[in-house]
Design a protein around this ligand. Structure first.
Ligand code: NAD
Length: 406
């Protein structure tokens, strides 16, 4: 990792809040002197016939060549004749395992303060093989595919991960008592791999019992490995244990050692690109924003205190003249505030922590530790937090605070 030969990595800023949070990552990496040179690729506006999707062939080649990349959220455009962006990436790059570290963030209180687990999800087959059809009218069938090859591959990765990260235990999550053939084969493969790693404890837990145990005491688990559908559900459940999707990183592992890190949340269209709504800037746009914010749990439009107070779900309790007054004051304020202040609301933590998993994959542990500690102490200190964590900091103030903690 010498400073003279930077490592090239692909960056997909993505859609919605993607470019804003990707900017945070670039800034933090710059300030921490991370020897990475980003090769940026945006999702295209036309279908590339070579990929049958809005992702260009060149952008996929970039990941194949670099072997490592970071991806912001992508919003798949609605319409026929193209493949979903995430599906294209998964298939083209053969991303067979999705790894999500999930740990309690000190200083950010949730119901649990002892979470420290890793979910590893098989990402290519199982219930998500896309093989569904109608048998006769009123009867449909969906095929769950489990192969020895894919099961061994993900089990191998889980044990390799456990060993490389000093973890003690791998739990295979299943429902083999009912799905005897499919989950049965998955377990058989896990057992085979477990035999090669005698230093790692191995156990099998039925999925329903696993859910109960996770919400009762997440500390019961260490590394969890499971087929596609279970992994989809359990990994989101685990994100909920530590405070939600704005905080959880993930990394996709592909054939040939490719690592594509990504935040698990989406493009957050409700808080992204407000600038489009504000132009042309007039009373009508302001009213639109106000009514838009009224439907949200907390109003994101700044100055947030005013709108949070007046236009949250509780606004029905306010009398008509009070609402009218608040709207008048609000419109006046909106006229005076800078358009810029309406952007910049997203929490970059999930993408930053995903970038950290990418650094760990590259074995740049010093840089990874430095950045991770700066993020965690910024959140723990509590002076700068974004709105989703109950604070009022902008993306850039929060990012600057992280830089100051480096
Ligand atoms: P979402 O994750 O975009 O948003 C859910 C809620 O969480 C919203 O209220 C949003 O404001 C909030 N949120 C999400 N990330 C946040 C962040 N970093 N900081 C602060 N708040 C945050 O989910 P959605 O609305 O269901 O999906 C929106 C779009 O994103 C859809 O087009 C969907 O297909 C796409 N999507 C993409 C991915 C991906 O690329 N991996 C994943 C999920 C959804």
């Amino acid at each position: 990792s010498s400073a003279s030969t930077p490592i090239r990595a692909t960056l997909f800023p993505g859609d919605g809040i993607g470019p804003e949070i990707a900017e945070s990552v670039k800034q933090v990496f710059r300030e921490a002197d991370v020897p990475i040179e980003w090769e940026e690729h945006y999702v295209g506006t036309e279908i590339d016939p070579r990929t049958q999707s809005f992702l260009t062939w060149e952008s996929l080649e970039s990941v194949r060549k670099n072997g490592v990349g970071l991806k912001g959220p992508m919003a798949t455009p609605i319409g026929k004749g193209h493949r979903s962006l995430n599906l294209t990436l998964r298939k083209e790059l053969n991303l067979y395992a999705n790894v999500r570290p999930c740990y309690s963030l000190p200083g950010y209180k949730t119901r649990y303060d002892n979470v420290d687990l890793i979910t590893i999800r098989e990402n290519t087959e199982g219930e998500y093989s896309g093989l569904e059809h109608q048998v006769v009218r009123g009867v449909v069938e969906s095929l769950k595919i489990i192969t020895r090859q894919a099961s061994l591959r993900v089990a191998e990765y889980a044990f390799h991960y456990a060993k490389a990260h000093g973890r003690e235990r791998v739990s295979a999550i299943h429902k083999a008592n009912i799905m005897q053939k499919t989950d049965g084969l998955f377990l058989k493969c896990c057992r085979e791999v477990a035999e090669k790693y005698p230093e790692i404890k191995y156990e099998e837990v039925v999925i329903d019992n696993c859910c109960m145990m996770l919400v009762k005491n997440p500390a019961l688990f260490d590394v969890l490995v499971m087929p596609n559908l279970y992994g989809d559900i359990i990994s989101d459940l685990c994100a909920g244990l530590i405070g939600g999707l704005g905080l959880t990183p993930s990394c996709n592992i592909g054939e040939g050692g490719i690592a594509l890190a990504e935040a698990v949340h989406g493009s957050a269209p409700d808080i992204a690109g407000k600038v489009n709504i504000l132009e042309p800037f007039d009373v009508q746009s302001a009213m639109y924003i106000i009514s838009f914010s009224a439907g949200e749990e907390s109003a994101y439009v700044r100055p947030e205190s005013l709108f949070k107070f007046s236009l949250g779900r509780g606004s029905s309790h306010l009398s008509y003249p009070v609402v009218l007054y608040i709207i008048t004051v609000g419109v006046d304020l909106l006229k005076r505030i800078n358009i810029e202040t309406c952007l910049n609301l997203a929490n970059p933590t999930a993408l930053l922590l995903s970038a950290v998993t990418m650094l760990r994959h590259l074995e740049l542990h010093d840089k990874a530790d430095r950045i991770q500690n700066a993020i965690l102490s910024t959140i723990a200190e509590g002076k700068f937090r974004t709105a989703d964590l109950g604070g009022s900091s902008s993306t850039s103030d929060f990012t600057q605070a992280i830089v100051d903690h480096l």
